[in-house]
Structure formats: C-alpha cells, structure tokens
Design a protein around this ligand. Structure first.
Ligand SMILES: NC(=O)c1ccc[n+]([C@@H]2O[C@H](COP(=O)([O-])OP(=O)(O)OC[C@H]3O[C@@H](n4cnc5c(N)ncnc54)[C@H](O)[C@@H]3O)[C@@H](O)[C@H]2O)c1
Length: 387
C-alpha cells in the first residue's frame, strides 16, 4: 500500500480537520465539497491551523507554506482520479454515502482505498454498495481531528485481510494513535461512553442528584475533564440523542442502551445545549451557574455508579472481541480524555467489587441495563484481573 495523494469528500468540521492532519504529514490533499463556501471556510481554517503550529514552533514557516501548497480545492469527483486513498466526511446518511462511493469507484484505480469517517453507520453496509468492497474501510477520527490522536480503524466484513493493519501503520506515521475495531454499533468510544451520559441522566431523573452536583462529582472526585451534563450541552443534545438512538436501534433495542426521555424532551423543546443558549444549563449572558451540593458521600455514590456502568460496557466490549484490552483502555483515554482506562480502573476497584455493585443495582431495579458482563463474572469467580 503506497499512499501519496489523498482525497477528502466533505469539507465540514471533520473533513477540514482530517485534511490538516495529512497536509502536516506531507501528503497532497484534494478536498471536495458540494458547497463552495464550505470549501473556502475549510481552506481558511486549515490556514489558521497551520499558522498556529508555526507560532507554537511545531513547524517552520517554510514547512507550513509547503503543507498549505499541497492542498487542492476541487469541484468534481473526477479530479480524484489519481488518489490512493479517499476518505468521505459528508452528511451522515447511508443512501448518500453509498451513492458517493459508487460514483468514486467508477473514477479511481482498482488499488485506491475507499474510507468512511462515519460515526454511526455500519461500514459493512456502505461497502455493500461497491463492486470491490474489499477496498472499503472505516477511518473514524475524533473532533477536532488535528488535536485528537485516537483514530478508530474499522474493517468491514468484506474488507481484504490485512488492510486494517496497513491503515493503522499509515496513521501511526501521521502521528495518530489508531485502534482496530470490529464493525459494531458505536465502534469502541461511542459504545462504551453511552453510560457516561445515560446513567448520569438516570441518576438525575431519579432525583438522586441534580446536573450541577453530578458534574461536580464526576470532575472533582472522578477526575473527568467535563461532567456529563456540561459535555452533553457542549456536544448538542440533537447530536448526542441521535447517537444514543442509533446505538440503541443497532443493538436490536437492547435495554442496556435505552436513550432517555429527558434528553428527547430537551431536543423537542429546542434546548440543544450551548449552541442554542439553553440545555441542562442556561448560557444566557446574565445566567447564574447553579451551585452543586458538595456532599462527599453523595458524590462518591454518583461517581461509583457511572464508572461501574462504564466498566461493565468496556468489559463486554472486550468479551465480545470488539477490540483488545489495551485498545479499549487507550481509546477512552485518548479519544474522550477519560482520566484512566476503564479496565485498569476495574482492577483498582477490584473485579469482585464491580460485580457486587452491578448485582446490587440489578437486584434493586430488575432492569436489563444493570446486567453484569459475563466476563466480569467469570473473572471474579477465578479472582483474575485485567492487568
Ligand atoms: N462532528 C463530529 O464530531 C464527528 C466526529 C467523527 C465523525 N463524524 C462524521 O463525519 C461526517 C461529517 O461530519 P461533520 O461534523 O464534518 O459534518 P459537517 O456538516 O460539518 O460537514 C459535512 C460537509 O459535507 C458536505 N456534503 C454533504 N453531502 C455531500 C456530498 N454528497 N458531496 C460532497 N459534499 C457533501 C456538506 O456540504 C458539508 O460541508 C459524518 O459522517 C459524521 O458522522 C463527525
């Protein structure tokens, strides 16, 4: 696999960020968007991103000029003719993505690798639209792509043997931290992170603690960079709820991934978070930030319950061979800045304690969402640890 020229379709938040990653690594990048203003905005944001690297002394002025000189804004897919790799970062719509790849396949060489940056669509399903589905792969960057080092690499069922590892090697050379993941809903990060939001909302719905208190507990006691409510407000409830919904549906409505009514109502009301001025918190200029109830026992209970649910999800992902132990732990620390790997955290808490706490929740609620991963149960019985 030799990559010299990279095509990117979609010059939005992700496409522009991905383009910058490859320009900095010395590749020629052809960027296409159906919307001309998206292209010029992307060009500006790449220019300013490269300037920042120069200001910080990470690249010389000549290097940034050379990188910028390798960016080509294009208007037709036909211009991708000589690309070795094309990554799409267009609208999250299976039909539109399939149509794009069918079109691309008629233009590029037989060796050109076709990749999708989708967050939630099955790569296998996109690949099914191709004449040569063995060249299709998921390359899932995190936002902002030039800052977040994690990239999930997702071979489809049809992807040729070895392509996942080749793409991972290539990404390592671009200073990224790739993890190879099975093509399952939410891949690693968006699957394992569900309880960070879902369990926090549940605790709030039950009146155990309010958003400010849960956020205080998760940041101050739990060591997370942002609390779940502040983070949901930041991501946008429309986006976060859509991911929750799609993961829930994709798992054939497994109750473990059930989205919350609270979040649905926020979306219906247009309380989308920071971008709409109101979410769980009020973002108007004169708003007073609610004070958390800083009770150490309550805080500990909140952190424990959310972290135990995250650990359960991480253990299940390992049990179902979605990814390896190390990849699962680094994905969560590098992809969403968790304070430590969840499986390492499980060892620190003790596997038997994790099982006991999950069983306590299950016994109280009798709900499937609290069912303990079989892997944790087997490990507890054998007194094993992840590390
Ligand atoms: N935003 C994130 O945090 C994030 C993170 C990881 C992955 N993703 C995925 O990346 C993809 C893009 O997301 P985004 O946030 O950059 O979206 P965005 O809306 O910012 O940008 C999408 C761009 O694609 C263009 N576009 C749409 N259809 C097109 C077509 N048929 N041909 C050419 N251009 C087309 C649009 O004009 C727009 O400029 C989605 O699949 C999304 O799921 C997003």
């Amino acid at each position: 696999m030799e990559i010299k020229s990279i095509g990117i379709v979609g010059a939005g938040a992700m496409g522009a960020g991905i383009a910058q990653v490859f320009l900095v690594s010395g590749y020629e990048v052809l960027l296409l968007d159906q919307n001309e203003s998206a292209l010029t905005n992307a060009q500006e944001s790449i220019r300013s991103g490269l300037n920042k690297l120069a200001e910080k002394g990470k690249m010389s002025a000549q290097e940034t000029e050379a990188a910028f000189g390798k960016l080509y804004l294009i208007s037709k897919t036909a211009n991708f003719e000589n690309c070795d790799l094309i990554i799409e970062a267009i609208v999250e719509d299976l039909g539109v993505k399939k149509a794009l790849f069918k079109d691309l396949e008629g233009i590029v060489s037989d060796e050109c690798i076709l990749a999708s940056n989708t967050s939630s669509l099955p790569i296998t399903s996109i690949a099914a639209a191709l004449q040569k589905p063995e060249r299709m792969i998921g390359i899932h960057f995190f936002n902002p792509a030039f800052l977040m080092s994690l990239v999930e690499v997702i071979p489809a069922l049809q992807t040729r043997e070895g392509l996942g590892d080749e793409i991972a090697d290539f990404l390592r050379k671009c200073d990224k931290f790739p993890v190879v993941v099975k093509d399952t809903p939410g891949f690693i990060v968006n699957r394992i992170a569900r309880p960070f939001y879902g369990e926090a909302v549940r605790i709030y719905e039950e009146g155990i603690a309010d958003p400010a208190t849960i956020d205080w507990a998760m940041t101050t006691l739990g060591g997370f960079k942002m609390g779940p409510f502040a983070l949901m407000d930041f991501i946008g409830h429309d986006v976060n709820f859509a991911v929750s919904n799609s993961v829930f549906k994709a798992f054939f409505y497994d109750a473990r991934y059930k989205p919350s009514l609270t979040q649905q109502r926020m979306v219906e009301a247009g309380y989308l978070g920071k971008k709409s001025g109101k979410g769980f918190y009020d973002y108007s200029p004169d708003a007073v930030k609610p004070a958390p109830f800083e009770d150490a026992n309550l805080g500990k209970l909140v952190v424990e319950r959310i972290v135990i649910m995250l650990i359960n999800e991480a253990a299940d992902a390992m049990y179902l061979r979605i990814a390896s132990r190390d990849d699962i732990d680094t994905a969560m620390t590098k992809g969403v800045n968790y304070p430590k790997g969840l499986l390492q955290w499980a060892d620190e808490i003790g596997i038997d304690t994790c099982v006991r706490k999950l069983d306590q929740l299950y016994n109280v609620y009798h709900e499937e969402r609290y069912r303990c991963s079989i892997l944790l149960r087997m490990m507890a019985a054998k007194q094993q640890a992840f590390y």
